[in-house]
Structure formats: C-alpha cells, structure tokens
Design a protein around this ligand. Structure first.
Ligand code: C2O
Length: 570
C-alpha cells in the first residue's frame, strides 16, 4: 500500500516535470512581409527590399525546443525565399528555404509559412533571403537561448548585443547582379560595409547615424557577430579591448582571447568584451580580409563603444572626445586569418565520426567559360570569357521547373541527376600553375547520394585556377566538425594523421585556406536535399555549389516529413 502510494507520487512528480517541460517550449508565430522601403545610405535613397520595412530585419529570439511559424508574405516584385541559416531542420527540408533546392520561390503576391522546431541547438544563427542577391538587405539575427534552467558553459553576461556585418551597394543589388550575369564579368564590389545596417563615421553622409553602444565601466557584454555580407570575409576588432571567443556557428568553443577575429560570409562568432579600459569612446571596426587576386571593397565600417562615464571636451569645441581607432590586420593578412581560425576548439570532447563510409575529395574554385565570340558584350570576363566556379569541375546550375527536393519527393524525372563525382575528374597540382586546359568547368545540376547515417568526410581543396581564395563553404541541414586544414595540396597519406578528432570546432560554414584545404566530418542523419555552397554570393551564382541527397532511413522518424500544403509550386 505504502509503496504504491510512493510510486504514484513519484509518477505525479515526473508528470509535473513533463508538463513544465512542455509548457516551457513556446510557439513563435510571426509575419515577415517582404516589401520595398526607402532606405537612405551614403547620401542616397534606394527602394530596398526589407522585412516589415526594417533594415536589417527583425531579430528572432527563441529557446532551444521552441517552434516557429513564420509566414512570409511577398509584397515585393521579386521572387523570394527565406533560409534559416544553421537551423538543422531535421527531416524537414521543406522549411530550409534555398530556392529551387528545397522549394520553389514565393512569387510576388503569394505567401508561405515556414514551420520548424529548434532541436538541440543554441547560440547565434541568422536568417536571410536565399534568392539571387536579395539577401543584401533581407537578413536578420536568429538567437537561440538554452532551455529554461539549462546553463551556459561560461559566465553569461547580462547584456547581449547582436552585431550584423553587412555590405551596401549604392545601387539596386539586383541590378548589380543582372549586369554581371549579362556581361559574364565580376560584379561591382560593394560601396560600404555596415554594422547593424549603418556604414559609420568614415563614409559620406553617415556620421550622425553611426551606431553607438553605451557600456558601463567594468561591465562584460556578449557580442554576437554575424557576417551577413554578400561577398567578403572580414576582420573585426574593437580598439583597446580584448575579445574572448565563446561560440562559433551556434556551437560553444573553448574560450580564448584575441584582439581581432576573422569572419566569413555565413559565419557567426560570439565574443565577450569587458569594459576594463579608461572611460572613453572606442571604435569597433571591420574591413576586408581579401585572400584573392581580385578587386574588393577596401572601405572600413565603424560603430562606437561608449563608456557612459566617458569625459567630454570642455570650453570651446565642447562635446564628445574622438573615439580611439583599432589596429586591423592588412587586407591580405592570411597569416592572421589562419592563426585565428586554427585556435578554435569545441568546448568539450566532440563525438566525431571515426570510421568513414564516404570519403569525398572536392576541388573548389573559380573557372572561365570560353566564348565562341570573345568580343561579345556577354563575354566581358578575362580575355573574352565568362566567369564560372565549380566543385569537382561541375558548375552548378539551379533547376527552373521544380525544386530538387520536390522533384525527388514526387519522383519527377529530368530536374537533376545523382552522378555528382566524389573526386575530381582528373588529378592535377591543384594549387600550382594549373594548365589552361583545366580552367573550363562543365555545367550541370548534379546531386550526390548519401545513405542514411553514413559517416562522411569531405576534403575541400581550393584550386589556384584564376586565383587561390578563401571560400566560405556552407552546408545546409548539418553542423560538421572541422578536423584539419593546411596549405598546398591535401596529402591523403600524411595529413589525416594530424587530424584533431578530439575537440575539433563544430560549424556550418568553413573557409578553405587560400591555396589550401580543409577537412570536415559529419554523420548523414538528416534525410533530404541539402545544398552545399560557397557563401560568397558571386561565387554561388557562378556555380560553386552542389547538393547532397540524403536517403531516408527505415523508420518513420528517419524519413522526410510530408510537405506542407502551402509549399510554393514552380
Ligand atoms: Cu546562409 Cu545557402 O546559405
């Protein structure tokens, strides 16, 4: 009698705990209205495409375990789709967002509701348009707090500041893209970088709107730095202040201190900053890390960290004292960029796959398509060619008639093939002086099939075709471990011995060292069609992309869910 009473009270407590757990998971219902809105920057007003009239777009703040239902209503004149960058979307590729990969775009006047749940993820991610160059202005932060009562692995400051780094064109970005697509030449570089949408003091007509962050002396804050820029890796630094890195791409790291971070498009980096300097005003600044032999935007964006007790100037010329400027590395300082990236470690022992089922070797880089008439206005690339880019010599072309995921699910033929090559068609000295005969890739829409739960390793090998370059490679639907990297050609006999299989950083986007390679591992436990591509949008448009088609497992919980009824059709 007594023991059954005890059992039922235990069961009751367990039930209460279960309800508390359920009650703590929230559903966030939001509307994202895609609409043009006049935005004035660099002395000129443009009708920018925005979400709800906001630029940058709204910040989403959720908890691990929460669900989101975001209705995107397209009131702009362009097709659009929204990607939730870094969210795993387990068995739910329908909510991932890349146009023609997992969905057809949302047409003007139409809408689509992205429904998804955050499953075992916390930290800083972001969302952005995944349709041509619309993400130039359509992006925002997506912050995932731990479940209620679940601790951070470091002392979490009370204040949290999203820092969205962006790129601004003094033109309609869609026209910049259209022109480049016509001529085959490289697109114009941006006219400014921005911090939370503002270029800052160093640009024309921008001073009064420079973003300011007040801070109390002695206070520690967390900066959630997101590189939402279209085409450029950036160095970021705060004058006189050290930054302690605690997280990248929504995965905690072993904390380490640095004066500068390098962040590629698509990546996020959380740093702690303590206001332990003389009360004053300090610039935070970002400028290009340019690893390629190519034109780039060499301007500098700034915001101001302002101690609330900063002294003011007295007497004549009264007012605020001039901010201190940080030391940023040189534009081509690959040594600093690499040293920073190589310091990242997962915060604890990582469950890295050790037995590899799929050993993939991908060459990534640029290329040139020869023209029959090199004087054509459509062949304004180097020596009368058109720019291209490829993985294993395959230059990816988006399908038009359907998305890959929809075609796969419906068994519709003719949209894509599954013969993406696991290795390049020929072996050559990838980072040496590559013969011209190997510069021209082949166009196609090819996917690579993976068995459910396969242990995958990919070595991403940069090539020196056209130029060596840091390519920030992003994989949808997964987080991977970055187990090794180096310069020159990957050596399969000697390099794996030096892999870090203990605490390699977990990421969703990793740059190839320019003229080097990087190796990543993951378990293919998320069925669906998942895009992998360079997060530099001009390279993506040239074809630096491929698709993994991860097969279903046996059980229902190992298979792709049924598509939602409002999934857009092509
Ligand atoms: Cu953040 Cu496919 O991109």
């Amino acid at each position: 009698m007594e023991s059954s009473l005890r059992f039922s009270s235990l069961a009751f407590i367990a039930l209460l705990a279960y309800f508390a757990f359920l009650a703590s998971a929230e559903l966030h219902v939001r509307e994202f209205v895609i609409q043009p809105k006049p935005v004035k920057r660099l002395c000129r007003t443009h009708e920018s495409i925005t979400v709800n009239g906001q630029f940058p777009g709204p910040t989403l703040e959720v908890r691990n375990g929460d669900s989101l239902a975001i209705t995107v209503i397209n009131k702009a004149r362009y097709n659009i789709s929204i990607h939730w960058h870094g969210i795993r979307q387990l068995r739910n590729p329908w909510a991932d967002g890349p146009e023609y990969i997992t969905q057809c775009p949302i047409r003007p006047g139409q809408s689509y509701t992205y429904r998804f749940t955050i499953e075992d993820q916390e930290g800083t991610l972001w969302w952005h348009a995944h349709s041509r160059w619309l993400r130039a202005t359509v992006y925002g932060a997506l912050i995932i707090y731990p479940r209620l009562g679940s601790p951070y692995p470091f002392h979490m400051p009370k204040r949290d500041i999203p820092i969205l780094l962006g790129e601004w064109w003094d033109r309609n970005p869609m026209d910049v893209l259209r022109q480049a697509q016509f001529t085959g030449a490289a697109a114009n570089v941006s006219d400014a970088y921005t911090i939370n949408g503002q270029p800052g003091d160093l640009y024309r007509c921008s001073r009064s709107e420079t973003v300011r962050f007040p801070i109390f002396p002695g206070e520690t804050v967390q900066l959630r730095v997101i590189n939402a820029g279209l085409n450029q890796e950036l160095f970021f630094s705060v004058a006189n202040h050290q930054l302690t890195v605690v997280e990248t791409d929504s995965a905690y790291t072993k904390p380490f201190t640095t004066s500068v971070i390098m962040i590629g498009p698509g990546q996020t980096t959380n740093v702690l900053l303590t206001a332990n300097q003389r009360p004053g005003r300090y610039y935070m600044a970002a400028h290009a890390y340019n690893s390629a032999n190519a034109p780039f935007d060499n301007t500098t964006t700034t915001a101001i960290l302002e101690y609330v007790n900063a002294p003011t100037r007295r007497g004549r010329g009264r007012g605020q004292i001039a901010p201190v400027f940080p030391v940023l590395p040189g534009f081509n300082d690959t040594a600093t960029a690499t040293a920073f990236t190589n310091r990242l470690r997962y915060w604890k022992r990582a469950p890295v796959p050790l037995q590899i089922d799929e050993n993939l070797f991908f060459t990534v880089g640029l290329g040139l398509i020869n023209c029959s008439n090199p004087n054509s206005p459509r062949c304004q690339g180097p020596n009368g060619t058109r720019f291209a880019a490829s993985i294993n010599n395959q230059s990816f072309v988006l399908p038009r008639r359907n998305s890959i995921m929809q075609a796969y699910y419906q068994g519709m033929p003719g949209i894509f093939t599954t013969d993406f090559p696991p290795v390049p068609p020929v072996q050559f000295d990838y980072t040496g002086n590559v013969s011209r005969g190997l510069w021209q890739p082949v166009k196609g829409t090819k996917a690579y099939k993976l068995k459910y739960k396969a242990n995958v390793q990919i070595v991403l090998q940069d090539t020196s075709i056209v130029t060596p370059e840091n390519h920030p490679m992003h994989l949808h639907g997964y987080q991977f471990y970055v187990v090794g990297s180096g310069f020159g050609n990957f050596n399969p006999r000697t390099d794996p011995a030096r892999f870090n299989l203990f605490d390699p950083p977990e990421r969703n986007t990793i740059g190839t060292p320019p003229g080097g390679w990087v190796a990543v591992r993951f378990v293919a436990d998320n069925p669906g069609a998942w895009f992998m591509h360079c997060h530099i949008d001009s390279h993506l448009g040239w074809g630096l992309a491929m698709v993994f088609l991860v097969e279903n497992g046996r059980g229902q919980l190992q298979s792709v869910q049924a598509p939602p009824l409002d999934l857009p059709r092509c």
